[in-house]
Design a binder for this molecule. Sequence first.
Ligand code: SAM
Length: 249
Amino acid sequence: MSDKVISDYNGYDYKKIFWEDADREYEDQADRMAIRKLLPKRMDKFADIGGGYGRLANEYLKRAHTVIIFDYSKSELEQAKEIYGDRIETRAGDIYKLPFKDNELDGLMMVRVTHHLKDMNAAIAELYRVLKPGGVAVIEVANKRTLPKMARYVTGRSKVNPFDHKVANYKNIAANGFYNYHPKYVENIFDKTGFSIERVLSVSNFRSKGLKKIFGTKNLVKMEDGAQKLLAPIRFAPSIYYKLRKPTE
Ligand SMILES: C[S@@+](CC[C@H](N)C(=O)[O-])C[C@H]1O[C@@H](n2cnc3c(N)ncnc32)[C@H](O)[C@@H]1O
């Protein structure tokens, strides 16, 4: 096991506990909306990195000839196989040491994983390595610089400074890292690694129990659609989505 922290989902029913038994229809729809806007329409070989049980598979199955769901958790991958059968391949391993050859993939996606990553430099370097020149990576980043986090900091309810570029570790739990990143910090890493940033979206802008109660999920989803592009320049939301491209030499 890597010394860089793996959040172990083996035996945890992520599908049921986190999605089906919780009121997260809005968050699920917001993710899908962003992916539809960012993923290329046609790819040969595609991998969902940290794809879990394949929650988002319906967004990429039609777009790629070969689909691989990659995850550390064997139980998540077994669940994915039960759901999608021969339509997907699965591969188990650690993001920091991806079991793919250099330049193997035409496209990849990594959603709701960065909050488990202690070493973003190493993870992004691996994603870059396995992508073909000209290939696209859609990466969702857990943002530390959101309005609620700013409010908690300025009113003294949180010691985590959302304005500095340091990696925020909200729960100091070695087994279940919960890291948040400043957009400038990750954008520097993308740049340094060699990726070009083609598009940015602000996603899950209205992630709040209160707003769900007042407006209802359906209305929030409608508002989210326009807000993803509108609020991207200020990197507003808890999830920032990046469409990155590995340049052709
Ligand atoms: C919050 S889930 C997200 C699953 C899926 N991407 C989604 O959005 O529904 C995080 C996933 O990342 C995987 N994961 C965390 N750290 C990992 C690592 N170092 N290597 C491989 N997978 C990892 C977990 O096993 C888990 O399935």
